[in-house]
Design a protein around this ligand. Structure first.
Ligand SMILES: [Zn+2]
Length: 296
């Protein structure tokens, strides 16, 4: 596989990646810098065989096939890497950000498609991760801002989380945490099944062990995940079934900042990024961040 050098202008990016195979191979070299390995959950074997005539491989350990898109944010998209890579290039190269109209013109897709692509890419950049969470994952939702509810039992809070939460102008934040690993948090519209389940599908690898509280919205998760429920009104920890990790991560953030509905998106990404990778807080790094802000 010929290594494509990283383009420096949009024209170079579009030219280099206009060949679907070149774009694909470039992505493969980014994704697997140390050699192609099976991405399926719990496998990771490097003992793989290329399938002739297709950009796919078969794992000799678990006997399953995979493509470069499997287990990434690109998995369920029909858009080729010849479009994804220039779009990614446009997004990262322009410090002032890029609009879906510009991307649409630059790579020759509709504005709607470009909007979807940017949305996916920004999400991946914010979480600094193109892979879904897997293994044992805890999911939980919390209500931030609005009226104070000190002393109100969680069951009651959840019970009035529909209409009442809206009235109190609380932001619902859904958190997902891999045990001993990465964390994702996202502000969502509400705590309904139609909101929370798509989030799980987007961020958590199917087949993972999923721990949630007893919220009914999670009930159908058992179709895609090994779903374990912890009922907080009964017990806080029961064997391996607990969602304490995710709750700890959040309460740490909640006490240290005043959070409003509009400020929550930035706060969550910062807060949760710091739990998985400690941020530098020394004087030097503060100066660096000031300089960076000044340059924008
Ligand atoms: Zn495998």
């Amino acid at each position: 596989m010929d290594r494509v050098s990283t383009p420096t202008t949009l024209l170079e990016a579009v030219t280099a990646f206009s060949d679907k195979q070149v774009a694909h191979d470039y992505f493969v070299s980014l994704r697997w810098p140390n050699g192609i390995a099976c991405p399926r959950q719990g496998c990771g074997s490097a003992n793989v065989a290329a399938i002739k005539g297709r950009n796919a491989w078969r794992c000799r350990e678990c006997d399953r096939q995979f493509t470069a898109k499997v287990c990434t944010i690109f998995e369920d998209s029909p858009i080729g890497f010849d479009k994804w890579l220039p779009a990614m290039w446009m997004l990262t190269a322009d410090r002032n950000g890029v609009s879906s109209y510009e991307v649409a013109r630059g790579i020759g897709v509709t504005q709607k498609t470009a909007w979807f692509m940017l949305h996916r890419l920004r999400l991946a950049m914010r979480t600094n991760d193109f892979d879904r969470l897997s293994g044992e994952v805890e999911a939980d939702e919390t209500y931030i801002g609005g009226k104070t509810r000190r002393g109100v039992p969680k069951a009651v809070r959840i019970g009035k989380a529909g209409k009442q939460a809206k009235q109190d102008a609380k932001a619902v934040v859904m958190g997902m945490r891999e045990r001993g690993g990465r964390v994702r948090a996202k502000v969502v519209a509400d705590n309904r099944k139609t909101t929370l389940l798509p989030m799980l599908f987007q961020h958590v690898e199917r087949g993972s062990v999923l721990y949630t509280d007893a919220l009914k919205s999670y009930a159908d998760a058992r179709d895609a995940f090994v779903h374990e429920v912890i009922d907080h009104s009964v017990s806080y920890v029961s064997g391996r079934v607990h969602t304490n990790n995710i709750e700890n991560a959040r309460s740490a953030g909640r006490t240290s900042r005043r959070v409003t509905s509009t400020s929550t998106p930035t706060w969550t990404s910062k807060c949760f990024a710091s739990t998985s990778a400690p941020r530098r807080t020394g004087r030097a790094s503060r100066r660096r961040s000031r300089v960076r802000t000044a340059n924008v």
